[in-house]
Design a protein around this ligand. Structure first.
Ligand code: HEM
Length: 480
């Protein structure tokens, strides 16, 4: 097997393995290995295959042959061979379209993707995020008030619920220019419908038989209703933005948020972007930005609470460098190196996107395996990251490993790609890291954590839905 040359064009000079010849779980007739994986734990099932059969595994999902890759160098090469060599699976695009959504940047391909990506990157660039920084702090202060109330009442905090409110409020303000305040004003129509839609997207993407095309169950009718309501809410967001732009035409010169930038782009002659794409991207940004960041914070809190020395160090750093939430500056957040290392370590052990599914666009070669165009590939992002070959004492939560430098460095940091890699890497990573630091600094600076509890008092269980989340974490706080 060539060590570094993980992607190559097919050549006759060396014998290639075929995917069918690779080791893998025994398939059943017609259904293949479909029944050997269950959605809520599909990542764990596939990680088990990687441990048992090696870095390249053959699996059948019905008639569909799939290559499961867990070698981080091969994964990095695949992810970087985009947009030309690999795309997101066509089946995901079809599921989204059936639900009535036009592909946003996450699912778009080719020229459409390039146009939309440029737009989204401009709205998410560090400069744009820095300009929005005061609003980030405002939302963190709302979360602080909410948690102070819970601490005073001795009430347990539902982490999933509160952190999703925090991330939705931030995304809605930054990307759409609307003041959504789910932290203090209660439910928001967008969030309520998103909560219903996300699990359905995950379920349908992995379903063996697309039964809903032929017969709709009550849950499919419910989904249609949620989707219709969400589309109305998004159309309203776009209408509000257009009104603001008519009332103040200068907004067209320097659009103050992503939505208005997208509208300006869509209105340009021959832009290749229409209002449907704008709506698709509103939904995409909400989907991509809410659960990912919220669950990363939940996992980070859980891991810190179980590692009191790291927790004490993070707390000491926050109280020394960024003691007062109302005075937070972006420079202070940048200076919280240990807290940043805790985030990297949490994402190494608990990546909220533990696999990335792709489809080959052309005949190619991965390592020494022939990949025909159309092959489904599943990249497992948490195999090398928890292996001692790549990270010393890999199972342990050790934020220090991200700060160590020099020749004694024993970690292969490149093996960890929590935000993906290559041209399609996550455009929200800078915002996400800032959201994580601000929420954590607010928490560690203002409260003492009395406990982070699981429903049964045992280890937090991983649940794979739209992202990988911990089941039922609650937090008890006391004011410090
Ligand atoms: C900790 C939080 C987050 C994590 C772990 C995360 C992770 C990821 C991953 C793994 C991908 C796929 C990358 C690839 O295929 O190489 C992705 C794509 C994407 N993410 Fe994030 N993400 C996070 C937060 C956000 C936020 C806050 C936003 C937006 C506000 C966002 C927007 C997107 C978009 C639009 C894409 C699609 C990019 C494309 O296909 O060109 N993400 N993210």
């Amino acid at each position: 097997m060539p060590p570094l040359d993980h992607i190559a064009t097919p050549s006759n000079s060396r014998p290639l393995r075929q995917i069918r010849q690779l080791p893998g779980p025994r398939p059943l007739p017609f259904i293949g290995n479909s029944l050997q994986v269950k959605l809520p734990r599909i990542h764990l099932d596939m990680e088990g295959w990687a441990r048992r059969y090696g870095p390249f595994v053959r699996a059948w999902f019905g008639p569909q042959l799939m290559l499961v890759v867990s070698d981080s160098e091969a994964i990095a090469a695949i992810l970087r061979d985009r947009p030309d060599g690999f795309r997101r699976p066509l089946s995901s695009v079809i599921v989204a379209e059936e639900m009535g959504s036009q592909p946003g940047v996450f699912l778009a391909e080719g020229a459409a993707w390039r146009n939309q990506r440029r737009m989204v990157m401009a709205g998410m660039a560090p400069g744009a995020i820095k300009a929005y920084f005061p609003s980030l702090v405002t939302v963190a202060q709302r979360l602080q008030r909410r948690w102070a109330g819970a601490a005073a009442r001795g009430q347990a905090i539902n982490l999933d619920d509160d952190l999703k409110r925090y991330t939705v409020d931030i995304i809605a303000g930054l990307a759409f220019g609307t003041k959504v305040n789910t932290l203090e004003a209660g439910d928001d129509v967008i969030q309520r419908h998103l909560d219903a839609i996300l699990p359905a997207v995950a379920r349908r993407s992995l379903s063996l038989v697309p039964y809903w095309r032929y017969v709709k169950l009550p849950r499919d009718h419910r989904l249609d209703r949620d989707m219709a309501a969400l589309k109305l809410a998004i159309a309203d967001l776009i209408a509000q933005a257009r009104l603001r732009m008519t009332q103040d035409p200068s907004r067209r010169e320097r659009p103050p948020n992503l939505l208005e930038a997208m509208i300006v782009a869509a209105d340009e002659k021959d832009s290749g972007v229409n209002d449907g794409n704008v709506a698709g991207n509103v939904l995409t940004i909400l989907l991509a930005g809410e659960d990912t960041t919220a669950n990363t914070i939940s996992w980070m809190l859980y891991l810190l609470q179980r590692n009191p020395q790291a927790l004490a160090k993070a707390r000491e750093e926050v109280r020394r460098l960024a003691p007062d939430v109302s005075g937070y500056t972006i420079e202070q957040m940048d200076s919280l190196d240990y807290l940043g290392a805790c985030a990297s370590e949490a994402m190494r052990l608990k990546p909220v996107a533990p696999y990335i599914p792709l489809e080959a666009l052309r005949d190619t070669v991965i390592a020494d395996i022939a990949i025909p165009a159309g092959t489904m590939i599943c990249c497992l992002m948490r195999h090398d990251t928890v292996s001692d070959t790549h990270f010393a004492d890999a199972q342990a939560f050790k934020p220090e490993r991200w700060l160590a430098e020099g020749e004694h460095e024993t970690n292969n940091k490149r093996a960890a790609m929590p935000f993906g890699s290559g041209l399609r890497t996550c455009p929200g990573r800078y915002l996400a890291l800032l959201e994580i630091k601000i929420a954590m600094a607010m928490l560690l600076g203002s409260f003492d954590i009395a406990g982070i509890d699981t429903p049964d008092g045992g280890e937090a269980q991983e649940l794979m839905g739209f992202v990988m989340s911990p089941i039922g974490l609650s937090m008890r706080l006391s004011k410090s």
